[in-house]
Each structure stands twice: as structure tokens, then as C-alpha cells.
Design a protein around this ligand. Structure first.
Ligand code: SF4
Ligand code: SF4
Length: 154
């Protein structure tokens, strides 16, 4: 997955982009999301331990710390952070923030503060964040009539 570092677009606002809110990209790629230092700092400042607890940071000094236990000064020595089960510490198989809201409709439960990579991810753009299973892809093809229709996310 070429741009897994930039997953994913679900925003619950179906009219501002071609995304169909099918949830497929989040289901397939969402276990690989990783926050930036800026994301982590914002969640710390906002008291979002409900988000931070799902990530584990690996630090230059060898420590492995659940992000809800990090302090801002740790961020300078962070190598990376990744999704981990808050109970077992094991890698996860899906993004814990994906919510099903209809038969074929999903939203991101942390949309307003989701990781930067998710904000940047636009899999319907050929040659950029291309994800060939994206249901919005046809709409973005030059000359596609689908691109001019109003979508029905249900
Ligand atoms: S954080 Fe939100 S947008 Fe990102 S993968 Fe999870 S559900 Fe999708
Ligand atoms: S696969 Fe495409 S249509 Fe489905 S949620 Fe992701 S961006 Fe939206």
C-alpha cells in the first residue's frame, strides 16, 4: 500500500469530497496508521487519553511507552508510534476508531482530530494516493459522469 502512511479520508461529510464512506480503505489499511509528534502533542493538550491509549511509542532510550503515559518532553526522543491493543500491547488488525453507522456506511469517530496521514489520504486520486478498491475512484476518472452525480452513501 503505497500511501498507508497517509490513511484515510472518512469524515462523515459526504458532500465535500467523492468519498462514499464505504470504510474499505480504513478496514484494509487502518491498522497501519501512525500519529506525528504534532498529533500526539495535540491529543495530550486536549486530554484525549481515549485516543492516546491506542498507540504505543518506541523511544530512543529503549523504552516502549503507551502514549497515554507519555509526557510532551518524551516526544523529542520518540522514534515512532503505532497502534497497539491497549490491553495486551499487541499489534491490532483494524483501526479502533472506525464506526459502522449504516449497512454500508462507516465514519471515523475521531474525524475532527484524526492523524495527519488520514487527513491527507485521498485514494481516489490516480497516481497519488491511489487505492484501486476505492469506490470513489470512478468518479475521479476524467470524463466520468459518476463524478457529477450526488452520492447516496447508504
Ligand atoms: S483514524 Fe479514522 S480515518 Fe484514520 S484509519 Fe481510523 S477510522 Fe479511518
Ligand atoms: S475506499 Fe474510497 S470511498 Fe471507501 S471510504 Fe475509503 S476513500 Fe471513501
Amino acid at each position: 500500500m503505497s500511501r498507508i502512511q497517509e490513511v484515510t479520508p472518512l469524515n462523515g461529510e459526504p458532500d465535500d469530497e467523492p468519498c462514499e464512506l464505504c470504510g474499505l480503505c480504513c478496514k484494509i489499511l487502518g491498522d497501519g496508521i501512525a500519529p506525528t509528534d504534532t498529533n500526539l502533542l495535540r491529543w495530550m493538550e486536549d486530554g484525549r487519553t481515549d485516543i492516546l491509549r491506542h498507540f504505543t511509542a518506541f523511544l530512543e532510550d529503549g523504552r516502549r511507552v503507551r502514549c497515554s503515559e507519555l509526557i510532551p518532553s518524551d516526544l523529542g526522543g520518540m522514534i515512532f508510534a503505532e497502534l497497539r491493543d491497549p490491553g495486551t500491547g499487541e499489534l491490532v488488525t483494524s483501526c479502533p476508531f472506525l464506526r459502522r453507522t449504516g449497512r454500508r456506511r462507516y465514519i471515523c469517530s475521531i474525524h475532527t482530530t484524526k492523524p495527519e496521514m488520514c487527513i491527507n489520504y485521498q485514494p481516489w486520486i490516480f497516481g497519488e494516493t491511489y487505492f484501486n478498491r476505492c469506490k470513489a475512484l470512478d468518479k475521479s476518472r476524467p470524463g466520468s459522469w459518476a463524478g457529477h452525480s450526488r452520492k447516496n452513501p447508504e
